[in-house]
Design a protein around this ligand. Structure first.
Ligand code: PAF
Length: 296
C-alpha cells in the first residue's frame, strides 16, 4: 500500500480537478511532517468529513526563527508516507522549496491582533510565515475543509482570521490536542527531550489542568498564574516564556474565567521549547455566561 506523492502545483491542480469532476469534498491537513498520532488523528477526522484527503508536508523556512531550529527539525518523509497510506489518505503533497517560494517571491501575509502576544511576542515573524504558507496551501489545493490541532491554539486563530479576511472559501476544523498516556501533548519536538526531560515534561499539562480548575472555581488569574509558574520551574523547566489566560473566541487577555477561556503556556525544558493549552470553562452561572432559566 502506498500514497501518491505530488511535488508541484501543476500536478496537484490536475489531480484535484479530476476529483472535482465527480464532485467530492476535498480536505487538506497541513503538516511539516515528522507525523505522530496527533497528525494522524487530524487525517482520520478529515477522512470522516471529506471524500478526498490531501496531507501536505512542507518544512516552511519562513516560520522558523533560527537557522539551527530549522536544521534540527526532523525530516522523515519516507516514514510519514508509510504512516499515511494505511489510513487511506489520498495524496501527500510535499512540494519542493522553489515551488513554494520561487525566485523573486515577495509576498507576506501578516495577521494583526491574534498574532500578537503569546508565541507572537517570542517568535517575531513566525505567524507571518505560517499565514503565508497556509494561504498558499489553501489556494493551491482549493480544499473545502482544513484540519488543525488545538495544540497550536494561537495558530488556529491566525489561520481562521486569515481565511476569513481573504475570503478563502474553506472551513477550518479544529481538533482536540492528542496526548501521550502521561498527559504530555504530542509534538514533533518531543523526540528531542532527554530521558530525564521526558520524565519531567508531563508535569506541564498537570499544572495547567490544576490551574484551570482553580480559575473555573473563580480564583483570580494573577494569583493562579504566579503559583503555576513557580510549579513549572520546580518541575524542572528552565524558563516559562508565557503563561496566560485568554478568551477562547478572540484570544483577548482575561483577569478571570468570566467567559469560555484558554490557559496557554510556552516553556523551555532544556533546549526544547514546548507549548500547550487547556480549556478553562467559566463557572456555571458566572456573569455573562448562559445559565438555563429555572423551571417555572
Ligand atoms: O502546525 C504546523 O505544522 C505548521 O505551522 C503548518 C500549519 C503546517 C504551516 O507550516
Amino acid at each position: 500500500m502506498s500514497i501518491p506523492i505530488v511535488r508541484n502545483v501543476r500536478e496537484l491542480r490536475t489531480a484535484v480537478a479530476a476529483w472535482r469532476k465527480e464532485g467530492p469534498k476535498v480536505a487538506v491537513v497541513p503538516t511539516m511532517g515528522a507525523l505522530h498520532e496527533g497528525h494522524l488523528s487530524l487525517v482520520r477526522a478529515a477522512l470522516e468529513r471529506a471524500d478526498r484527503v490531501i496531507v501536505t508536508l512542507f518544512v516552511n523556512p519562513k516560520q522558523f526563527n533560527s537557522a539551527a531550529d530549522l536544521a534540527a527539525y526532523p525530516r522523515t518523509e519516507h516514514e510519514d508516507a508509510a504512516k499515511l497510506a494505511p489510513l487511506g489518505a489520498h495524496m501527500l503533497y510535499a512540494p519542493y522549496g522553489a515551488e513554494m517560494y520561487p525566485d523573486g517571491f515577495a509576498t507576506n501575509i501578516s495577521v494583526a491582533g491574534v498574532s500578537e502576544g503569546l508565541c507572537g511576542a517570542y517568535r517575531p515573524g513566525h505567524f507571518d510565515g505560517v499565514a503565508t504558507v497556509v494561504a498558499k496551501l489553501f489556494l493551491q489545493t482549493g480544499a473545502d475543509l482544513a484540519f488543525f490541532g488545538e495544540k497550536d491554539f494561537q495558530q488556529l486563530h491566525v489561520v481562521r482570521r486569515m481565511a476569513r479576511d481573504l475570503d478563502i472559501p474553506i472551513e477550518i476544523v479544529a481538533c482536540r490536542t492528542v496526548r501521550e498516556e502521561d498527559g504530555l501533548a504530542m509534538s514533533s519536538r518531543n523526540v528531542r527531550l532527554s530521558a530525564s526531560e521526558r520524565n519531567a515534561a508531563p508535569k506541564l499539562a498537570e499544572i495547567l489542568v490544576e490551574a484551570a480548575d482553580r480559575l473555573t472555581a473563580g480564583a483570580p488569574a494573577d494569583d493562579v498564574l504566579a503559583e503555576a509558574r513557580q510549579a513549572i520551574l520546580l518541575a524542572g523547566y528552565r524558563e516559562v516564556e508565557y503563561l496566560e489566560l485568554r478568551s477562547d473566541d478572540d484570544l483577548s487577555p482575561l483577569e478571570m474565567a468570566s467567559k469560555p477561556a484558554r490557559l496557554l503556556v510556552a516553556a523551555w525544558l532544556g533546549d526544547v521549547r514546548l507549548i500547550d493549552n487547556v480549556s478553562v470553562p467559566p463557572k456555571q452561572g458566572a456573569a455573562g455566561v448562559f445559565a438555563p432559566a429555572a423551571a417555572a
